[in-house]
Design a protein. Structure first.
Length: 320
């Protein structure tokens, strides 16, 4: 490990246990915090996630928002009953188009939130705690130079022992790519972790992939724009969630390859090419012999700050 990475690890790696609610509240002052949960068909878990954030973090969370990404299973209703403000991506700035995808949901959250700090939690969490939120918020409150804080954790998979590494796509693509092309980021333990926090003023300036690539793109873009010292990471302990099907991992890996290739050059991203309708398709043979096909999303949303009427239209929608 080179000296730059080693020094960064010592300065900018934190432990969630060092950020209890009382300490974070002392640091919060007038800073506003939003917890945003993107969810698509997560009716089994979303209510529990929302309820815990709403009840276990008094005084910390100013906005608790679920971005419903075209669910058809009652996710929105369960989230609302549990205490979240729910926004369907189809109804947020529908003049800009309606798309599925995690990145799309996070991008549209900028139009329906006001807070200075945004904390993102995945909607399929099963083994977790609200220290995820305090651990991700604390470093941003204490260290003004930080713009982005990524979580990492021991991963809990059904029927197996906890593992300290990242997921399958992280270990076979994301971390090797970073080691080769962005060696300063070799110390980021889990660059694709779904739990992270970012300053609004940084996030609203970024181009956002509509699909799976949002975690990688934000890491690379904040690094490019603000430097290594703007990045932090926090050990969140244990995390369990619903594992994805192998076919879904293929689509995820392909979308990450597009994001990485687009940012591997020092040249400006070719947004004209990035936003051509449609995209490559990935075929997968299932166990029963049937073939299925999924589109690989290559499109990116422009920085929210460049959109006409941002943020006034989104804030009007909150009041309405």
């Amino acid at each position: 490990m080179n000296r730059v990475v080693r020094d960064w690890l010592q300065r900018n790696t934190f432990d969630a246990l060092d950020w209890p609610l009382s300490r974070v509240l002392d640091l919060k002052g007038e800073t506003s915090v939003a917890v945003v949960v993107p969810a698509r068909n997560e009716v089994r878990t979303i209510g529990h996630i929302v309820r815990r954030v709403a009840t276990e973090l008094p005084g910390l969370v100013d906005e608790l928002v679920v971005m419903d990404s075209l669910s058809d299973d009652g996710t929105a209703e369960a989230a609302a009953v549990a205490g979240a403000r729910v926004h369907g991506v189809a109804r947020v700035r529908d003049d800009l188009g309606v798309h599925a995808g995690k990145g799309e949901a996070l991008w549209k959250s900028l139009f329906v939130t006001r807070s200075e700090i945004l904390v993102f939690l995945d909607g399929d969490l099963t083994d977790w705690g609200t220290h995820f939120v305090t651990g991700l918020v604390g470093p941003l409150l204490a260290r003004p130079e930080l713009a982005l804080v990524r979580g990492f954790y021991d991963r809990i998979s059904t029927g197996s022992a906890p593992t300290s590494g990242g997921g399958r796509v992280t270990e076979i693509f994301a971390r090797p790519w970073l080691a080769l092309h962005r060696p300063e980021l070799a110390g980021v333990v889990q660059p694709l972790a779904g739990e992270w926090s970012i300053r609004r003023r940084a996030f609203e300036q970024l181009s956002i992939p509509r699909g799976y690539g949002v975690e990688l793109s934000t890491l690379l873009d904040v690094h490019s724009e603000h430097g290594l010292e703007a990045l932090g990471q926090v050990d969140l302990g244990r995390r369990g969630h619903r594992s994805q099907d192998l076919a879904d991992l293929g689509v995820m890996a392909a979308e990450l390859m597009v994001v990485a290739e687009r940012r591997s050059s020092t040249q400006q991203a070719d947004h004209a090419r990035a936003n051509v309708p449609g995209g490559p398709r990935l075929a997968h043979r299932r166990a029963d012999g049937r073939w299925t096909e999924a589109e690989v999303s290559t499109a990116e949303r422009p920085p929210a700050s460049a959109i006409a009427d941002y943020p006034s239209v989104g804030f009007a929608a909150i009041a309405g």
